[in-house]
Write a protein of this length. Structure first.
Length: 252
């Protein structure tokens, strides 16, 4: 088991701490957000410390700060060459982290989502991280990628979460208006789409599903065509392309 420090106590940090609590790790949480830190301190093996003590006491440090804050505080902390750093921050490139966290050589970037607390979270990572695999690998899918650019593209893909969840929320609300049962409507929609989320390894799983639902005149095909007429697919791709400059991805 490891001593793991968390710098930053926002939602993602809290979810990651809850995911690890009770597994025998010693968890050190920064006191930046007093309310969240106090809540986390009630969990097994969790204690709250100033940033410098979090770093000094930890073998692995997980960075969950806003980019602006990270650039202000990281360079002043007592980093050691025998530590590992895992960053979940957008807008702070790997080269900057090596400078800010010197002399730490083992630094990796990954993208956790809030449901990491329950396990089953995909964790793209660059470069490969033994620390990430040891800590989160037993309950989550570790996906090494070939470059920082590829990792940043995963950041863009992760942003699909909000628009897709909005569509599911809208669909659930529409169903609830018809049935008068909001909880049942949400349960149905959640179970319906959970059933689609088992990729077959081909890289074309979702396209295959679309083809299977493309019966001419069918309900799925009719609704999809209506959304296509409204420009929904193009709007989504345009919005994702709009993230390219921020993430350092080549423009098309």
């Amino acid at each position: 088991m490891a001593t793991i420090g968390f710098l930053g106590t926002g939602e993602i940090a809290a979810c990651m701490v809850r995911a690890l609590a009770g597994q025998g790790h010693r968890l050190r949480v920064s006191d930046r957000n007093a309310d969240v830190a106090a809540e986390l301190a009630a969990l097994p093996e969790v204690s709250v410390h100033p940033n410098d003590e979090v770093v000094a006491q930890s073998e692995v440090v997980i960075l969950c700060l806003m980019a602006r804050v990270a650039r202000q505080v990281l360079a002043e902390l007592p980093w050691r060459a025998d530590q590992s750093v895992i960053s979940v921050m957008v807008d702070v490139p790997l080269a900057d982290l090596h400078r800010l966290c010197a002399p730490v050589p083992d630094i990796a970037l990954t993208i956790p989502m809030p449901f990491i607390e329950q396990g089953g979270c995909p964790l793209p990572v660059y470069p490969e991280s033994a620390a990430l695999r040891q800590i989160f690998g037993p309950r989550n899918l570790i996906l090494p990628v070939d470059s920082e650019t590829a990792l940043n593209a995963h950041f863009a893909a992760s942003a699909l979460s909000a628009p897709l969840l909005e569509l599911l929320a809208l669909g659930s609300a529409w169903l609830a208006e018809e049935t008068g049962d909001p909880a049942g409507a949400e349960a149905y929609v959640a179970a319906l789409f959970k059933g689609y989320m088992s990729p077959d390894g081909s890289g074309h799983h979702f396209l295959g599903l679309l083809e299977s639902l493309a019966t001419e005149g069918g309900l799925n095909a009719t609704l999809r065509a209506r959304m296509a007429q409204a420009g929904v697919p193009e709007t989504l791709i345009d919005a994702m392309d709009g993230l390219r400059p921020r993430l350092g991805l080549a423009t098309r």
